[in-house]
Design a protein around this ligand. Structure first.
Ligand code: F6R
Length: 228
């Protein structure tokens, strides 16, 4: 997916302009590098729009952002946030919802304003409209300055499974069996894992001005996602 995007964008840029790869030795170093980028951006532009992800990958980053906030190094009062995705059918109060994860790992621990936090509404009566409104909200906020991404073992980004059309903006996704299995570790049983989700599309993600895409132990998935 990234390769296609880079191909489309590369008329005026070299590959090095578009994608920088930094190899680090462990998870802590990866979290340090990601947090330096986010902290640097927030210092430079306190009203930044940040795209967040859930999962194991960004937990170390979020811990570092909370510490930086507690040291008064950064302030979230003007920050707007957009999350990549949310399960369909899970209440925000459900500990497996991505909304719950974000408040637990970051939003409740810093001074971000509740009204500046955007997470797809998995309980919407009209999920299609919720997708459209979400995309409009991103545009209305001026676009995403920096998007945090992880990558699934099958290469999914957000809930965009491999093969998802590159031109998709926020949309409803049927989860691949592999993704359901990978996420089942958080649920009491496989049957409880939702089969559908709302996810920002590759088009929405690639509009971000900067993307930090990381994951240790998934070098194979990263290698396949990166342009050659
Ligand atoms: C989560 C998300 C997913 C994860 C991916 C990797 O919001 O968008 O694409 O980034 O499943 O998950 P971890 O980090 O748990 O390996």
């Amino acid at each position: 997916m990234l390769r296609r995007c880079v191909t489309e964008m590369s008329e005026n840029y070299t590959m090095q302009d578009l994608v920088r790869v930094k190899v680090v030795s462990d998870y802590d170093q990866m979290s340090d590098v990601a947090s330096e980028l986010v902290i640097g951006l927030l210092k430079q532009r306190p009203q930044s729009v940040i795209g967040f992800a859930t999962g194991g990958t960004p937990v170390g980053l979020y811990k570092r952002l909370v510490s930086a906030y507690e040291r008064r190094d950064i302030d979230f009062s003007q920050v707007t946030t957009f999350n990549l995705d949310e399960y369909l059918g899970l209440e925000r109060s459900n500990p497996n919802s991505y909304c719950y994860y974000m408040y637990e790992n970051l939003f409740s621990l810093v001074n971000v304003r509740h009204e500046n936090v955007f997470i797809p509404d998995g309980m919407s009566q009209s999920p299609e409209r919720a997708c459209e409104e979400y995309e409009n909200a991103i545009l209305h906020a001026g676009g995403i300055d920096l998007q945090i991404l992880g990558i699934g073992s099958n290469g999914h980004i957000g809930f965009n499974e491999p093969g998802t059309a590159f031109g998709c903006s926020t949309h409803i996704v049927a989860l691949a069996d592999e993704t359901v299995k990978a996420n089942a570790r958080f649920f009491d049983s496989d049957e409880l894992v939702p089969r559908h989700a709302i996810s920002m599309g590759i088009k929405s993600i690639m509009r971000a001005r900067q993307i930090v895409h990381s994951r240790p132990k998934k070098a194979h998935a990263m290698a396949r996602a990166l342009p050659h």
